[in-house]
Design a protein around this ligand. Structure first.
Ligand SMILES: Cc1cc2nc3c(=O)[nH]c(=O)nc-3n(C[C@H](O)[C@H](O)[C@H](O)COP(=O)(O)OP(=O)(O)OC[C@H]3O[C@@H](n4cnc5c(N)ncnc54)[C@H](O)[C@@H]3O)c2cc1C
Length: 486
């Protein structure tokens, strides 16, 4: 029997599974095809984010932060805990349980929303007879299945970028999957790449007592962040015992032995250095994943870095073919992928209903960025360096956590919040934060920017006392030089 769907989605990461649920909610007959298998060889929905990305990394960050607090921060509260130790296997199984609960949860959501879920690797073929439909061949390693769909959304995500000379073995040289599955704490851990993934993975093991060295090729630290925030982060991290970050390095050689890994590199002064570690995490970015999708036969436009080329609405240059998430331009973030998935599902539903209204664009300017280090880093909108290079005049308001009652009570007083507002209109152009729980605080700034708020709008809103949100309030007041508590 011909299996014909309104929409087929390839990939069940946060881009694909959200697109599938939204398509089904809108009454479209939807199939989602995904090839992910967990370490037990079982199909596992949720893509990188749920299986080896956002969720497991945050589970380990929470466990390791609790360990760190009990050793280093509890004594200040008068709490004496003796003989604290970490059972890494329990920590990893807790993480695995969280992952299984969530991946199983997606299967349940698919069932509830009547999304057909097929496990296997999908290859896209243009259907010869009915040109308006797409033919998709699915290989589940036992048999080939074929489905047809009027619209196809490619949401095949990304894979870790490898260093050409050093293949990942997930024994000594680890990618994110290996780093999230270590069975014991390495005494000495090397991380290549001081991006979000490298910093978060390094943080987990440093908090548990590993000596962590992070090597970064870029001349400065966290170059995507606001310069002042990046400088503050570097200053704070450089005081952390057990953590060393070197920027402007060049890797010359990586050698693995039975017991260790030796990295030879030149430092930022050109001097040759050697780093000997037990495990090495390679976190040098991610590349779009289009392997085996059959794109070359279709003549689909892919850019020089391998991303599928799409317009502002995630349409490719082939009819009824869309692409969302990590496989297309823009920040590689789960919430960006999901937003694109929803936008495309709604556009397809509108097309099917004959609605010609222009679809909504995902607003890249209000996508929040978060790094879950300690202290956390979060921002939305433009950085100061971006405003300067665009010749936009702006005002700055800044407030430190040390002057906030809640931060004092928490014992987490490092960092600050900075609000950047247009010099003439006062419209908020960017908000940058480093400090406790800023992953949660940034939402207020996102809402404000989405509604085109001015810094005065935030300044006039009543914020609960004592709360960390008062730091954003005071930073907004500071734009008009009227912060109250400093
Ligand atoms: C360690 C780590 C931590 C991260 N932390 C965060 C975070 O805190 N916040 C955040 O926003 N982002 C985070 N990210 C990034 C986030 O995981 C990605 O941006 C997000 O998963 C991208 O979603 P996606 O749907 O585009 O692709 P993916 O999640 O990569 O999913 C793609 C899916 O498609 C499947 N697939 C690929 N090709 C085929 C095919 N031919 N046939 C069938 N199936 C196929 C894959 O198996 C996979 O299941 C993290 C990433 C890593 C690695």
């Amino acid at each position: 029997m011909l299996k014909l769907f309104d929409v087929a989605i390839i990939g069940a990461g946060p881009g694909g599974y959200v697109a599938a649920i939204r398509s089904a909610q809108l009454g479209l007959n939807t199939v989602c095809i995904d090839e992910w298998e967990n370490t037990k060889g079982k199909a596992s929905l949720g893509g990188t984010c749920l299986n080896v990305g956002c969720i497991p990394s945050k589970a380990l960050l929470e466990s390791s932060e609790n360990f760190y607090r009990s050793v280093h921060k509890f004594p200040a509260h008068g709490i004496k805990v003796e003989g604290v130790s970490i059972d890494v296997s329990v920590m990893i199984s807790r993480k695995d349980k969280i992952v299984t609960t969530f991946t199983g949860g997606i299967a349940a959501l698919f069932k509830k929303n009547k999304v057909t879920s097929i496990h296997g690797k999908a290859k896209l073929l243009k259907h010869g007879k009915q040109e308006e439909t797409w033919k998709i061949e699915i290989d589940n390693k036992k048999e080939l299945e074929t489905v047809y769909a009027k619209h196809v959304i490619v949401a095949t995500g990304s894979t870790p970028r490898q260093l050409l000379s050093t293949p990942i073995d997930n024994v000594r040289i680890l990618d994110n999957s290996g780093a999230l599955d270590l069975t014991e704490r390495p005494e000495r851990l090397g991380v290549i790449g001081a991006g979000v993934i490298g910093l978060e993975m390094g943080s987990v093991w440093r908090r548990l007592g590993s000596e962590v060295t992070i090597l970064e090729a870029m001349p400065e630290f966290l170059m995507a962040a606001d310069e002042q925030i990046a400088k503050e982060a570097r200053k704070i991290f450089s005081k952390e015992p057990g953590l060393s970050i070197q920027t402007g390095i060049e890797i010359k050689e990586i050698k693995t032995n039975k017991n260790n890994v030796i990295v030879t590199f030149t430092d930022n002064s050109g001097k040759s250095q050697k780093l000997e570690v037990d495990k090495l995490i390679v976190a040098v970015g991610r590349v779009p994943n289009t392997a085996g999708l059959g794109l070359t036969d279709l003549d689909l436009k892919v850019d020089e870095r391998g991303y599928i080329v799409v317009d502002d609405f995630c349409c490719t240059d082939l009819p009824n073919l869309y692409a969302v998430g990590d496989v297309v331009r823009g920040p590689m973030l789960a919430h960006k992928a999901s937003e694109e998935g929803v936008a495309v599902a709604e556009m397809i539903a509108a097309i099917e209903k004959g609605n010609t209204r222009k679809p909504e664009k995902v607003n890249f300017n209000t996508i929040p960025r978060v790094i879950y280090t300690s202290p956390e880093i979060a921002w939305v909108g433009k950085t100061e360096q971006e405003l300067k290079s665009a010749n936009i005049s702006y005002k700055v308001g800044q407030f430190p956590f040390i002057a906030n009652g809640r931060a004092r009570a928490l014992g987490d007083t490092v960092g600050f919040v900075k609000v950047l507002a247009d010099a003439t209109s006062d419209r908020i152009l960017g908000v940058h934060m480093i400090g406790p729980y800023v992953s949660e605080l940034i939402s207020e700034a996102v809402v404000a920017m989405e509604f085109s708020a001015s810094s005065e709008d935030i300044a006039r809103i009543i914020h609960a006392h004592p709360s960390l949100s008062e730091v954003l309030h005071e930073a907004a007041l500071g734009v008009d030089k009227r912060a109250l508590h400093i």
